[in-house]
Write a new protein. Sequence first.
Length: 128
Amino acid sequence: MKNLEAAEWFRFAQTDFQAAIVLSKNMHPKPLELICYHCQQSTEKFLKGFIIGNSVSAPNTHDLLILHEMCVKIDKRFEDVKNYCKFLTLFGVLPRYPYEIDITESDTDRALEYSQKVIDFFNSCNLI
């Protein structure tokens, strides 16, 4: 499944997650919206990388549930990350604009945790 295009998606996904961690640890007050956005982007890019790595065109969407369903059709193990995708999809677009969504520090902690769980899933299944 590994190919160069998928590897690039995975590299960008990891960079998004690292950006979320740096923002969480080093900025005060924490930019909650940006942290959640980068967590969503990380997961989106992991899913798209998997889809592309399996010779399927990834749609131009930020909806992680659509991407998740595509992944499940390729590999049933993706059912394990559905709830993470459902939560993180909230942060794909709305946090980029003022007054669109109320995000709490608890949401941010959960976004970081769920994004890490998606990364752990990819690693444990040897998908990267």
